[in-house]
Design a protein around this ligand. Structure first.
Ligand code: TMP
Length: 213
């Protein structure tokens, strides 16, 4: 069921190094140039409190938090982000383009860490209610290539990047399964292409859904 806000909520998902941040910026610029007021944001983060929780989640050794604690921290961050940033912006009629949302919790904590999907669904319900994205663009690419790209950014590895390759393979499968289960909301996009080609694929999907004519 679609939410009742005037604006649209578009999320990008994918593994490490899949180019989400670039695509979030490109789509936001594209929408603004089309005369649609759009803002970009991210999870975990996107509000002052959620950015504080992000620092807790990304720093430290890979075993700093167990999987269920991660679900709870990501959910707390999500709640603050929704209440302080996303919902007020949608209410004003803006479009919100978000780098990761609840599908990351399903893929990383569910498929990746093995937390049961029912518990995750409960946490998502507590933090977001029935609210969901209008469109989710999932950037899919080879895990090893993605991790290499992420390393190339030179910011040092965060907790998730330092998890083993099988963890990343599992969450990639998670995103593919999510896309298959919800084809109306989710589009799987080949992120092995150039950033320009990926942007074209994104724009085609957005145009097909809302902007033609
Ligand atoms: P990123 O902004 O560089 O993508 O980093 C955020 C990290 O947090 C990324 O490794 C994925 C992870 N994450 C989860 O594990 N679960 C979640 O619910 C979200 C939103 C992110």
């Amino acid at each position: 069921m679609r939410h009742e806000y005037k604006g649209r909520f578009i999320t990008f998902e994918g593994g490490e190094g899949s180019g989400k941040s670039t695509q979030v910026a490109l789509l936001t610029d594209y929408l603004n140039k089309r005369g649609i007021q759009a803002i970009k944001t991210r999870e975990p983060g996107g509000s002052s409190g959620a950015e504080d929780i992000r620092a807790l989640l990304l720093k430290g050794g890979s075993d700093r938090w167990d999987g269920m604690t991660e679900v709870l921290l990501h959910s707390a961050a999500r709640r603050d982000h929704l209440v302080k940033t996303v919902w007020p912006s949608l209410e004003q009629g803006m479009w919100v383009v978000c780098d990761r949302f609840f599908d990351s919790t399903l893929a990383y904590q569910g498929w990746g860490h093995g937390i049961d999907l029912h518990s995750i669904a409960v946490a998502i319900g507590l933090s977001a209610g029935t609210f969901k994205p209008d469109l989710t663009l999932i950037l899919d690419m080879d895990v090893t290539q993605g991790l290499e790209r992420a390393k190339g950014r030179g910011q040092g590895q965060d907790r998730y990047e330092s998890m083993d390759v099988s963890f990343h393979e599992r969450l990639r499968q998670g995103f593919v399964d999510i896309a298959r289960a919800e084809p109306e909301r989710c589009a799987l996009i080949d992120a092995g292409q150039t950033p320009d080609q990926v942007h074209q694929a994104v724009v085609e999907r957005v145009e097909a859904q809302w902007l033609r004519n």
